[in-house]
Design a protein around this ligand. Structure first.
Ligand code: ADP
Length: 496
């Protein structure tokens, strides 16, 4: 279960993951046979109004009612199959009336997703498809985990089902979900290991009742148990560390491959990197910037959210453009993103102040993002925290080196050791614009003065294995642990 899934609907990395993991799980299990039988993975997402009905062969398959204390709500379920994975789209009034995938009205968002969670759990009963594992993601689908835990002891249909909750972004707790949880008869808890304030919030309830918690990188799995990154749940999470693990998200390399990407002006591989230059010229032209391969081109492709450090990137570029250090050799910078109006304005302001060097595009545009990954030299990712991060993986795969904060999944995926020939990018620690500016200067120095080292780093970055294969095996191992535990329980029952 997820709130978004590419290519039906995508806001960020969660959409990439929900779109590609089900297929990867099936494929990997078919070849590695980790689980005893064929894996039947199905995906459930909301039927957001923004999903283009005419672009996909979507058909209604059933309808039923979900109970809330105010009234029963009619759920309409649609389905389609994509590359062998059945996908269910849950419709109904609470989803149809919200235009976006997420809303800034937290209470309305809470209602929509608690409804979605309950409707999805009811769906598997309605179609009589008994899942062994319910795999939910983030706060939006956590109520289903909690609901499953409440139902397991009393409903034989769910008796055998185990649950996995993947945490892509801990601070989004579903803070205003309390009223909606009560409306759908999911009562608050007290006297548990959760802090009292968290007893009626979607994500904490999911964390409390999930059989296994997966953070989206090993680094983030450790970080969420600290005061700095734990969102107030660190003590609770430390107490449950035995059910927490970290699995890096994978990259769908069939979708993100510079050798075959049909959007690019010129395809390339690590062995013919010279072909990459045409993409830079194409991008410079598309952005209306001076077309010159020697000018370092820096980029940011991101949700404009304080988490992503867009303010740090804007300030550091300003510092560099104001300073003497760049006067001889300028830089070009492109910002692509939408989100927080203040951050959007800051990036637009920078373009107004430095129109020759800065281009800001306030939009969501996958085609342009591909041109950027293939044509830019450096990707800025000064995230204040980064559970995993896909943009840096895509960038590396396309030979664009990341300049990123040493945190979470960024530290796990980017190599930056002193005097190492294995480096794939540039990491810095303090969340300040000065620290980022210094890192950019370090990268620029290698780019302009040591092209051979730069070239070697690009090849190293492109050759990293970010494919789903490795991560899907890790998920299958977790599923197997849950299935084996169930087998053990059944064995015990037989003899007692
Ligand atoms: P998050 O999930 O926190 O947003 P990730 O780095 O995990 O960050 O994933 C971001 C994904 O969304 C990447 O695939 C990135 O290319 C894409 N993306 C973000 N903003 C835009 C945009 N404005 N236009 C196109 N793609 C975008």
């Amino acid at each position: 279960m997820a709130s978004e899934a590419d290519p039906l609907i995508k806001v960020g990395g969660l959409g990439d993951v929900a779109g590609s993991l089900p297929r990867a799980l099936r494929a990997v299990n078919a070849s590695a046979n980790l689980l005893p039988s064929e894996l039947d993975v199905r995906l459930v997402i909301p039927f957001h109004p923004a999903i283009h009905k005419d672009r996909f062969p979507i058909q209604q398959i059933t309808e039923y009612k979900v109970h809330s204390i105010d009234s029963d709500i009619l759920v309409k379920v649609f389905s389609l199959e994509m590359e062998g994975v059945p996908i269910y789209l849950i419709g109904g009034e609470p989803i149809e009336k919200e235009s976006g995938v997420y809303s800034s009205n937290l209470e309305a968002d809470g209602y929509k997703y608690v409804y979605f969670s309950q409707a999805a759990l009811n769906l598997v009963k309605k179609i009589d498809w008994k899942p062994d594992i319910l795999h939910a993601n983030d706060w939006h689908t956590s109520p289903a985990i909690y609901s499953l835990a409440l139902n397991r002891p009393i409903d034989p249909f769910f008796k055998q089902a185990a649950s996995v909750l993947t945490v892509h972004n801990l601070p989004y707790l579903g803070a205003m979900t309390g009223p909606a949880l009560r409306a759908f008869e999911l009562p608050p808890v007290d006297n548990t290991s959760l802090p009292a304030w968290a007893g009626d919030m979607a994500l904490p309830l999911g964390l409390l009742t999930a059989d296994i918690i997966v953070a989206v990188s090993p680094g983030y799995a450790k970080e969420i148990m600290t005061v700095e990154f734990g969102s107030g749940l660190q003590t609770f999470l430390r107490a449950h560390s035995d059910k927490i693990t970290g699995i890096l998200n994978g990259l769908d390399t069939s979708k993100w491959n510079p050798a075959t990407d049909a959007e690019l002006a010129s395809n390339f591989t690590p062995t013919n990197l010279e072909a990459r230059i045409a993409n830079k010229a194409f991008l410079q032209n598309e952005l209306g910037m001076e077309i010159k391969p020697s000018i370092p081109l820096l980029a940011m492709v991101t949700r404009m959210d304080p988490q992503k450090g867009v303010d740090l990137a804007v300030d550091s570029v300003r510092i560099l453009l104001q300073s003497d250090s760049l006067s001889a050799s300028p830089i070009q910078v492109v910002f692509l993103g939408t989100g927080d109006p203040l951050l959007e304005q800051a990036a637009c302001r920078l373009e107004l102040d430095y129109p020759k060097y800065v281009c800001t595009r306030i939009t969501y545009n996958e085609r342009l993002s591909r041109h950027i990954y293939a044509g830019a030299d450096m990707l800025l990712m000064p995230s204040r925290y980064e559970p995993c991060g896909l943009s840096q993986m895509i960038a590396m795969h396309y030979g664009c080196l990341p300049i990123a904060r040493a945190t979470g999944g960024l530290s796990d995926t980017i190599q930056d050791q002193k005097d190492s020939s294995q480096n794939t990018g540039f990491l810095f620690k303090p969340a300040t614009s000065n620290a980022l500016a210094e890192s950019i200067l370090r990268a620029l120095w290698i780019y302009t003065d040591n092209p051979k080292v730069w070239h070697a780093m690009q090849i190293q970055a492109m050759q990293q294995d970010f494919s789903w294969d490795r991560s899907a095996v890790e998920y299958l191992r977790q599923y197997k642990i849950l299935l084996d535990k169930r087998k053990d329980r059944d064995e015990i029952r037989k003899y007692v």
